[in-house]
Design a protein around this ligand. Sequence first.
Ligand SMILES: [Zn+2]
Length: 93
Amino acid sequence: MPDEIKCARCGQKRAPLGYSPLPTELGQKIAFDVCQPCWSEWLQTQTRIINHYGLDLTNPEAQGFLLDNMKGFFYGATELAQIDTSKEGSIKW
Ligand SMILES: [Zn+2]
């Protein structure tokens, strides 16, 4: 585990979260990609999303929705760029 990473969200050089917050590939990625302050920020955002939408996290659809939001939160710009590029080839004018 490196002492410092360039955080995927804030772009600052900071200590990484350092542990996988989810038992998934995304969780492993976040452990190395995201700084501790940004993770705390996500936890607050997550609570707001859950309350706002009244999400029931025993429901797989609600879990998927929250995961999509998490990806957007940390990797938003990259994801959008990828979507745009993939559309280019498939749209016929
Ligand atoms: Zn950060």
